[in-house]
Design a protein around this ligand. Structure first.
Ligand SMILES: C[S@@+](CC[C@H](N)C(=O)[O-])C[C@H]1O[C@@H](n2cnc3c(N)ncnc32)[C@H](O)[C@@H]1O
Length: 233
């Protein structure tokens, strides 16, 4: 009887879509997110990068597959992600015109002075300000590419960004809305409506984008789960 039960358990595949799998994954996700020693301490080539490595791996897959003409990210902070994107473009031998644009409301001197790479362009200003959008348009080598939103995580701000930045996404490429895991999805329960809620509303009105959940679900969780939006038309 005991052996039969053990046999059944062995064959039971835990997955991020069934209840026990979801429960365990969420527990681990919360523990990993809360720890002061995980994403808060991650660095890329010595530069702080506030990311979960699973997500960096997904960016790598997308960049290799879609070969974007540019990568645009709002929210630079210490610049780890910007440098990571620029390095990946180097690794895939992208054309020198393929640049990475980083937008942040405040760029620390260390970033302004030290984040030097032939592909990187930085803009200081709010991501939703009209001057910022104008500056972006002047820098872009092509009209469409890959976009990642990682600035102010309030629902209001992310919704405004989604309206402005969705136009920069190439068909077949991605609009990555970062940190959709906050406000209890499943971490930071008390943070208030944020990226997840902004995505929910955005998808109700814009049918050019779909959630590509299969992209991240094979790794069980993502800090940007349900926020990897693929442009399909
Ligand atoms: C989560 S951090 C970005 C982390 C970075 N993308 C990384 O992967 O390491 C968020 C950044 O957004 C910036 N920010 C906040 N409000 C903003 C706004 N309205 N426009 C542009 N940047 C903003 C902050 O200054 C901060 O540097």
């Amino acid at each position: 009887m005991q052996n039969q039960l053990l046999g059944k358990l062995k064959n039971y595949a835990l997955s991020p879509t069934n209840l026990p799998g979801r429960f365990i994954t969420n527990l681990f996700h919360r523990m990993w997110y809360r720890s002061p020693d995980t994403w808060r301490k991650n660095t890329f080539l010595g530069r702080r990068i506030l990311q979960c490595p699973f997500d960096l791996h997904l960016y790598q897959e997308i960049i290799f597959k879609t070969k974007p003409s540019f990568i645009l990210q709002t929210g630079v902070k210490w610049g780890g992600s910007i440098l990571y994107f620029a390095s990946l473009l180097d690794l895939i031998n992208a054309d020198p015109s393929a640049i990475v644009i980083g937008v942040d409301i405040t760029l620390p001197t260390t970033v302004k002075d030290d984040l030097i790479h032939p592909r990187i362009r930085l803009i200081e200003g709010s991501s939703t300000a009209s001057q910022t959008i104008e500056q972006i348009k002047m820098l872009l080598p092509a009209s469409k590419g890959l976009v990642s939103l990682d600035s102010d995580h309030s629902q209001k701000h992310v919704s405004a960004e989604l309206q402005l930045y969705c136009e920069f996404v190439e068909i077949g490429s991605y609009l990555v809305v970062e940190d959709t895991n906050i406000n209890g999805h499943p971490v930071a329960r008390l943070s208030g409506p944020g990226p997840f809620e902004a995505v929910e509303n955005f998808l109700k009105t814009d049918n050019r984008f779909i959630r590509d959940n299969s992209l991240w679900q094979r790794n069980f969780f993502s800090f940007h789960q349900y926020g990897w939006l693929k442009r399909i038309n």
